[in-house]
Design a binder for this molecule. Structure first.
Ligand code: C2E
Ligand code: CA
Ligand code: CA
Length: 620
């Protein structure tokens, strides 16, 4: 048992033992005084005081949170000597007075001796190496004393003292076992038998304390299984539990003896490395271990005839001597691990300061985005869409956020945050409402477009209120004719979701007259079968394809891709929009292959409403 609570407990016994020694000790001086045999009591008492002062200093020097494991071991050694000494002093006073019958001092000697043994076996219960020798130090002189009386009752008392010693041992041993068991349970995870979070953090704290002394480095590896929840949900918790056990066995097989592994909870495991002399080497070893683990954990698991596969994402943080709190390193590993998850899982990243500033700026965005709507910081810009005669026929609305502190924040940055925090529902509602109002306004002012595209986030799309909200807004602002001009842009990744549900929602909105467009087409999950299944009206070729259209020969493959998409769209009877058109060459090329609508910097950047109106008027 070498855990924080154990040391704290032992340390607390020092003052208890001091109190138990200083006060009864006075009795010896007093009684000795009355019979003029006080010199030895006084000398003994001085020794007790000296030992107590020493003990007090040991007591004060203890601070688990700042001590390295070496320092803790040294401190424990001193503490042991303190207890040996102070109990040896109690054995000594017994020897000094056991033959004095004045004032029945010999009885007092016997009682204090027995009392001291009981105290030792209860106070020092958690530490075998303490209570075992100490009980012997105290009881052996007593046994010898009884034996040397030489009379029959002396022998009876000898036997009694032996039995009593055995009882003390027995009691101390059983409470020791019980404590060990309780301690094991408190510091281990029941399912996998790995160390738990509590134990791990204490271990890490000690490791950090010792790095301060050695100026070395170590690493933390945070392992999170990918999509573990799916296994748990689909195959049940028993299989999930068994998988976690198997995973923990594999982790154990991959680490060396000086690594410590723990389970933080759920499907999160953590490993602390050994002390390593340089930062580079530390990073190297961490990555090597991480890659081994990724490979090993990926191998098939066979559980109750199920063949299971699971990958893992690992975040690494390097721990050095300028350390802060143990928890902050775990947090860093966590940030790195999330970075892996975000970049597609099944891999490893080492935490760096850039990551933390990214996280900080994300948090800042998250915080300020909450107030963006009520502070009117959100506006819409409109990017014109032109037909093949370069006549404006529509626009895509693109959201803009202007914040006092952050300046103008790109939707590429804040839309994902809004999605993750759920603000997108409210924000998206505002965007749709504003776009509808604009469409109505323009129509009233004689600017008649054939379409206005609005980007819709996945989370917004699947929100249970979405259809009702859109219906309500459409009823409020748009005539039947205007509704037919609204296009909702969905990204391709939507097909990775429940496709049946997507179709249902789309059809509900189509009843209103709203049309649908597949944004960023060609970048992700594009599949012909989905294209046929989904009731969409329009495809937007992603601008990464459009950008490859130039006179260079080496881009012929992607140009062929553009041609294929255009041909395919015709077959499925879809309108096709090319976004990111930046040159006349691109326009001509796309025109040649029958592209319907064009959007891009070549014609105009996204514009604030007034500028957009002006653009439309000039375009006429
Ligand atoms: P997106 O839907 O693919 O929007 C097109 C992006 O390409 C816009 O960036 C636009 O300014 C930019 N762009 C247009 N023409 C060109 C060009 O010729 N060259 C280049 N290099 N870029 C061009 P923006 O406005 O920064 O929007 C980025 C993304 O943010 C959008 O990509 C969309 O996914 C998201 N987003 C923007 N507004 C909204 C919104 O109102 N709601 C939701 N849910 N997402 C939005
Ligand atoms: Ca778009
Ligand atoms: Ca796009």
């Amino acid at each position: 048992m070498n855990d924080k609570r154990f040391y704290i407990f032992l340390n607390k016994q020092i003052p208890v033992m001091m109190a138990l020694s200083l006060f009864p000790g006075l009795a010896y001086i007093l009684l000795g005084w009355m019979h003029d045999i006080h010199m030895r009591a006084i000398i003994w008492y001085m020794l007790i005081i000296a030992t107590s002062i020493w003990g007090y200093r040991i007591y004060k020097s203890f601070n688990f949170d700042t001590m390295s494991s070496q320092q803790t071991a040294d401190w424990h050694k001193q503490l042991s000597f303190f207890f040996y000494t102070i109990f040896a002093l109690w054995a000594l006073i017994f020897v000094l007075y056991v033959n004095e019958s004045a004032s029945n001092l010999h009885y007092i000697a016997i009682f204090t001796e027995i009392g001291a043994s009981v105290v030792a076996s209860t106070l020092l219960g958690p530490d075998k190496r303490l209570y075992r020798p100490i009980i012997l130090i105290l009881m052996i002189p007593l046994i010898i004393y009884f034996f040397t009386i030489g009379e029959w009752f002396g022998y009876v008392l000898t036997i009694f003292a032996c039995v009593f010693t055995w009882v003390l041992f027995y009691a101390a041993n059983s409470s020791y076992d019980l404590l060990m068991k309780a301690n094991y349970q408190a510091s281990h995870d029941v399912l996998t038998n790995l160390n738990n979070r509590y134990f791990f953090i204490n271990y890490l704290q000690q490791m950090m304390n010792s790095l301060q002394a050695t100026k070395k480095f170590t690493y933390l590896l945070l392992i999170d299984l990918d999509h573990f929840k799916t296994i748990n949900d689909s195959l049940g918790h028993d299989i999930g539990d068994q998988l976690l056990k198997d995973v923990s066995t594999r982790i154990r097989q991959n680490i060396s003896v000086d690594n410590l592994v723990g389970r933080l909870g759920g499907d999160e495991f953590i490993i602390c490395g050994a002390e390593i002399s340089s930062r580079e080497k530390c990073k190297e070893e961490a990555l090597k271990l991480a890659n081994n683990l990724i490979e090993s954990l990926k191998q098939t698991y066979i559980i109750e005839r199920h063949h299971l596969y699971i990958s893992s994402s690992i975040g690494v943080s390097l721990v050095d001597s300028n350390s802060h709190h143990a928890n902050s390193f775990i947090k860093e590993a966590d940030i790195a691990m999330y970075e892996v998850k975000e970049k597609g899982r099944d891999g490893v990243f080492v935490f760096d300061s850039e990551m933390s500033s990214r996280v900080e700026s994300r948090l800042e965005i998250e915080r300020l985005l909450h107030f963006a709507l009520e502070k009117n910081e959100i506006t819409l810009h409109f990017q014109p869409q032109l037909d093949r005669h370069k006549k404006v026929i529509g626009a895509e609305s693109l959201v803009r956020w202007e914040n006092d502190k952050l300046g103008s924040v790109s939707p590429v940055e804040f839309i994902p945050v809004a999605e993750q925090t759920g603000i997108i529902v409210e924000l998206g509602h505002y965007i749709i409402e504003t776009a509808f109002k604009n469409l109505l306004d323009w129509d009233n002012n004689g600017i008649s477009l054939s379409q206005l595209s609005i980007n819709i986030s996945m989370r917004q799309f699947f929100h249970y209120h979405f259809v009702d909200d859109v219906t309500e807004l459409a009823d409020r602002y748009l005539s039947k004719e205007l509704r037919g001009k609204v296009v909702f842009e969905l990204t391709e990744s939507i097909v990775a979701e429940d496709i049946e549900k997507v179709i249902i929602i789309i059809n509900q909105l189509k009843v209103l007259g709203i049309r649908f467009s597949m944004d960023d087409f060609g970048t992700g999950y594009s599949s012909l079968s989905y294209l046929r299944q989904l009731p969409i009206d329009e495809l937007k070729i992603d601008r990464s394809f459009v950008s490859t259209i130039n006179s260079e020969l080496r881009n012929q493959d992607s140009q062929a891709m553009v041609i294929t998409i255009l041909t395919m769209a015709k077959i499925f009877d879809l309108h096709i929009v090319a976004e990111g058109v930046e040159t006349e060459y691109q326009f001509n090329f796309l025109n040649q292959y029958d592209c319907d609508i064009y959007q891009g910097y070549h014609f105009s950047k996204p514009l604030p409403e007034d500028d957009f109106i002006e653009y439309c008027l000039n375009n006429k």
